[in-house]
Structure formats: structure tokens, C-alpha cells
Design a protein. Structure first.
Length: 307
């Protein structure tokens, strides 16, 4: 009996490991306890805590439907979509060091607290403008609006992304860290992860004026709001400093968003949400080339008529 329970527990452990592993094969060395409580190895306790919290005390009670199934699909394939991170991170880092690209090496010159503060400011600044660019540049918005398509924000929404978004964001973050120093990465991972999950979570929690400092549910729900009055606001996924600096902070606790999503029809299908942005980008590129061709022909005809 105990042997069967142990075998069942091990199979469940490997199942969890497979979900968050970039490999399609079952991970042989995954340890659930380490994933649960050891920072840097995994953030399991953050995810499980918010999942339980949403179940016990949700902001909105929602029936299980197709949107819930889609959220589960993105969670199930979370590790597989971010496989590029494992490929790009060592590639960018090793290339940077091999080419001897400039670095301030603040990790060697400053005391740890000052280096961590400098890292926090630079990394959040880069993340702010990367996120803002995702909204302002049409090509990037085609990719990012997959993340904004859910109408049922929840703790797993942090994984609801197009695979290209991982590919675009990671190099920017890594380059900012390498420019500061190549030997040490400030240990903000667990803090950033917790705040990011908190901001998307469907939990009944009012943190009041803390929304002016970090991305609380009240602050980040404004960012995901479907109402035009909330567009292009609260780009900080962790700290709101740069939103205050650049005038994009919005917070109105007396008039919260009435709904989430985007103002266009995006199918609630994982496969379609991964394919459609590529189609939109191709259509935009074709339209741009057509306009360029028309303008070029028009200028050529005008030159010919003058001659």
C-alpha cells in the first residue's frame, strides 16, 4: 500500500515537473519540495498559494468554462513556451563576454545593497519601456494582445502569452543586467514573480495606497481593462515608479474596470492564439510593402512627367 502511495506521489511530482520544464520528456531530477520552497529553483509556493487563495476568496466567482480550459492549457504548456529563455540566456551572456562588450561591473565595484538598487532601477526601467513598446508598436501589439485577450484574469494569466513574447522580452532584460555587471544577478526573481502573480490574481484584496508603489490587483486590472479610459496605463508589472515618472499611472478605486480583454474578437483557442499573430504580422507587412510600392511608383511617375 505504502509503496503504491509513494509511486503515485512520485508520478504526480514528475507531472508537475513536466509542466514547468522546457523539455517534452519527463524530468528525472525534478524535486517537488525544492520547486515548492527553494528560491531560484522554482516558485511553486507562490503559484500554489495564489491558486488556493483564489479558490477560497475570489474577487469574482466564475463558472468553469472554455476560458478556464484555455487558462489551464497555457499553464500546462508554460515551460514549453519559455524554452527560448534557456537557449537565449546563455547565448546572449556568453556572446557578451566573448566579444568583451562594455559593462559597468557594478557587482564588483559597489556594495551589494547599492548594486541591487541600481539593478532594480535599470531592470524595471527596461521592462517598463519594453512593455510600453508592446502596446505602442503595431507589430509588437499583435503579439502582446494575446496576453490581454483573457476576460477572466487569474493567477495563471502570467503564462497566457504568445511564444514570441518570451523571445522578445528576455534579451532586453538580460542585456540590461549584463550592462550593469556580468558576475551577479540581483536576487529579485522571487519578489518580481510574487508581485506579477499578485497583479493578475482574481483575489479579493484591497491594498489601498500600496497600489501607488507596486502592481497590486487594483493597479494591474486597470492595465487589462477593456475601457478606453484605461488604455496605455500602468505598464509596470512589479513597481509603479516609472509609470509615475512618465505619466502613465492610473488608479481610481471608486471606479474600477467593468471588464477585461481587447476590443476585437480573439478565438479562445490556444493553437489559434499562437498562429493568428503571425498572420496579422504578415498582413501588416504586406500592407506596408504595398503602400511603399504605390508611393515609389507615384514618385517615379511624377519625376517622369517633369522630365
Amino acid at each position: 500500500m505504502w509503496q503504491f502511495i509513494h509511486l503515485l506521489a512520485r508520478q504526480m511530482e514528475l507531472a508537475v515537473g513536466w509542466v514547468f520544464s522546457p523539455s517534452w520528456l519527463p524530468p528525472k531530477d525534478f524535486e517537488f519540495f525544492r520547486w515548492l520552497v527553494v528560491p531560484g529553483y522554482g516558485y511553486g509556493f507562490v503559484l500554489i498559494a495564489f491558486a488556493i487563495w483564489e479558490f477560497i476568496r475570489p474577487q469574482d466567482r466564475r463558472p468553469w468554462n472554455r476560458a478556464s480550459l484555455l487558462s489551464g492549457t497555457y499553464l500546462l504548456l508554460a515551460g514549453k513556451l519559455s524554452v527560448y529563455v534557456l537557449v537565449i540566456t546563455p547565448l546572449v551572456r556568453n556572446t557578451w563576454v566573448y566579444l568583451g562588450l562594455p559593462s559597468l561591473h557594478l557587482d564588483r565595484k559597489l556594495p551589494l545593497p547599492l548594486y541591487m538598487l541600481a539593478s532594480l532601477l535599470v531592470v524595471t526601467f527596461t521592462a517598463y519601456w519594453a512593455h510600453r513598446g508592446m502596446h505602442r508598436i503595431p507589430l509588437l501589439w499583435h503579439i502582446h494582445k494575446v496576453h490581454h485577450s483573457p476576460q477572466n484574469l487569474n493567477w495563471s494569466s502570467i503564462y497566457h502569452r504568445h511564444f514570441l513574447e518570451y523571445l522578445l522580452q528576455e534579451p532586453l532584460h538580460l542585456i540590461s543586467v549584463l550592462a550593469l555587471g556580468t558576475d551577479l544577478v540581483a536576487p529579485f526573481g522571487i519578489i518580481f514573480m510574487t508581485i506579477d502573480v499578485l497583479g493578475h490574481a482574481n483575489v479579493r484584496l484591497n491594498l489601498g495606497r500600496l497600489s501607488y508603489i507596486i502592481s497590486t490587483p487594483q493597479a494591474h486590472r486597470v492595465h487589462h481593462s477593456i475601457e478606453p479610459r484605461h488604455y496605455d496605463s500602468n505598464f509596470g508589472n512589479t513597481f509603479m515608479l516609472w509609470d509615475h515618472v512618465f505619466g502613465t499611472f492610473r488608479y481610481d478605486p471608486d471606479c474600477p474596470p467593468i471588464g477585461y480583454g481587447v476590443d476585437e474578437d480573439i478565438p479562445a483557442s490556444f493553437v489559434k492564439q499562437q498562429i493568428l499573430p503571425l498572420v496579422w504580422i504578415a498582413q501588416g507587412a504586406y500592407a506596408g510593402l504595398s503602400r511603399f510600392g504605390s508611393n515609389y511608383r507615384g514618385r517615379a511617375e511624377n519625376v517622369g512627367s517633369v522630365e
